[in-house]
Write a protein that binds this ligand. Structure first.
Ligand SMILES: Nc1ncnc2c1ncn2[C@@H]1O[C@H](COP(=O)(O)OP(=O)(O)O)[C@@H](O)[C@H]1O
Ligand SMILES: [Mg+2]
Length: 341
C-alpha cells in the first residue's frame, strides 16, 4: 500500500508507548514493546498514527472516529474490562461503526478464544486435539473413564498462560479436583481438563483473508526446564527475559522436522485457519509427539507482533520484513470484504 493512511491504533491505556526508548529500563520496554514497534514503524512507513488507550469505555473510539476520521484501525487490544474474551465485542463495535480494522473478525475471535469450541470444531474436521472435558464453575470434576492421567487443567477462556504452572499437570483425582477449584476461584472461569500431550511445542503463523500464507514453523526450546519439571509454556517461560536466560529457554525456527511433518503442519494450519473463520493474522500452536502425532493445542488470532518475537521473526524468515509485515496486516484490514459480502 503506497498511500499514507490515518491509522488509529487501539491498545491498553497502560501500554501507550513513549516516542523514544531513551531512559526506559529493559523491563519497561518489554511491557509495551509491541505497541512501540507498531506505532513507530507505521509512522516510518509514512502513515499518520494516533495511539488510543481503551480499557472499559467505547466512547473514546467513537469520539476519535468522528473527530479524526481514521481510514483504518490497527487493533492491538488483548482485553476489555480486564477480560481477554471481551476484545471480540470491541471488534464487533468497530464493524458496527463500519470501520476498516486489522486482525481477526469477531466470529473468528469467538471461536478461537473458546478452547472447548475450537476442539469440538477440530474434531469434526478430523484435526487431532487432546481429549477433554469441561468443568463449569461451581461444579466438581467427574472424570470420564477414557481420560487417563496425567491430565492438564487450564482456564476454558483465559489467555497468556494465566493459571498455568507445574501444578496444572495432575496425576490423581484429588489433585485434579484441587486444580479445578483453583481455576474456578482464582480466575473465575470454567475449567478445561485435557490429556497431557508430551512432545515438541511448535508454533505456526499464518497471514491472510481468503488466501492464506503460512510462515515457517517456530519451536519453543525449553532449555534446562525439562531437567526439573515438565516443559510447559508458563507465563514466565513466554514473557520473562531473565527467566528465559537463566534456564536457556529459546524460541526459534524448528530444526530437523521431517518434510512430511512440515507438510502436515502447513496443511493443518490452513485448515485450522479456515475452520475457525480466522482472518488477518494468527498463530496456531501444536504439540508433536515422539510418534509423529500432531495435536492442535489452540489457535491465537491477533498474536503478539513485536518485531523481535516469534511471529515477526517467522515472517522475516519467509522474506517478509517487519514493515512489510505491518503493511500486509494493514492492507488485509482495509481490503477485507464487508460483513454483508
Ligand atoms: N494438553 C496439553 N498438553 C501438554 N501441554 C499443554 C497442554 N495444554 C497446554 N499445555 C501447555 O501450556 C501452555 C499454555 O497453554 P494454552 O492452552 O496455549 O493456553 P494460553 O492461551 O494461556 O497460551 C502451552 O503452550 C503448553 O506448553
Ligand atoms: Mg498458548
Amino acid at each position: 500500500m503506497k498511500k499514507p493512511l490515518r491509522v488509529l491504533v487501539l491498545m491498553h491505556p497502560t501500554l501507550v508507548p513513549p516516542d523514544s526508548l531513551k531512559g526506559h529500563t529493559p523491563d519497561e520496554i518489554n511491557t509495551w514493546k509491541t505497541e512501540f514497534d507498531v506505532v513507530c514503524n507505521l509512522r516510518k512507513l509514512g502513515h499518520e498514527v494516533r495511539p488510543l488507550g481503551v480499557q472499559d469505555e467505547l466512547n473514546p473510539i467513537r469520539v476519535a472516529v468522528e473527530e479524526w476520521k481514521p481510514e483504518a484501525v490497527f487493533n492491538l487490544l488483548e482485553e476489555f474490562h480486564g477480560l481477554s474474551n471481551f476484545d471480540q465485542h470491541v471488534v464487533s463495535y468497530l464493524e458496527l461503526l463500519k470501520l476498516a480494522y486489522t486482525g481477526c473478525n469477531p466470529r473468528g475471535l469467538v471461536l478461537a478464544r473458546s478452547k472447548a469450541i475450537t476442539k469440538k470444531i477440530a474434531a469434526y474436521h478430523r484435526v487431532r486435539v487432546p481429549a477433554f472435558f469441561l468443568v463449569p464453575r461451581g461444579h466438581k470434576p467427574r472424570r470420564p473413564r477414557r481420560l487417563r492421567f496425567p491430565l492438564f487443567v487450564k482456564s476454558a477462556s483465559e489467555e497468556s498462560s494465566l493459571g498455568i504452572a507445574q501444578a496444572s499437570i495432575v496425576d490423581s483425582d484429588e489433585r485434579l479436583a484441587e486444580r479445578v477449584r483453583f481455576i474456578h476461584e482464582s480466575l473465575e472461569t470454567d475449567a478445561l481438563v485435557e490429556e497431557y500431550i508430551e512432545g515438541r511445542e511448535l508454533y505456526v503463523g499464518a497471514i491472510g483473508n481468503e488466501r492464506v500464507r503460512v510462515l515457517p514453523t517456530w519451536e519453543m526450546d525449553f532449555g534446562r526446564l525439562s531437567e526439573t519439571g515438565e516443559p510447559i509454556a508458563t507465563a514466565r517461560v513466554k514473557h520473562s527475559p531473565g527467566y528465559q536466560k537463566k534456564h536457556c529457554i529459546d524460541i526459534r525456527r524448528a530444526e530437523d522436522l521431517d518434510p512430511a511433518i512440515v507438510r502436515l503442519l502447513n496443511r493443518t494450519t490452513r485448515r485450522v485457519y479456515r475452520m475457525l473463520e480466522l482472518d488477518g493474522y494468527a498463530r496456531v500452536d501444536y504439540r508433536l509427539t515422539a510418534k509423529g502425532e500432531l495435536y492442535l493445542l489452540e489457535a491465537n488470532p491477533n498474536p503478539e507482533i513485536a518485531e523481535k518475537e516469534e511471529f515477526a521473526s517467522a515472517a522475516a524468515a519467509s522474506g517478509l520484513g517487519y514493515r512489510e509485515l505491518l503493511t500486509r496486516i494493514l492492507t488485509l484490514g482495509v481490503t477485507r470484504p464487508g460483513p454483508l459480502a
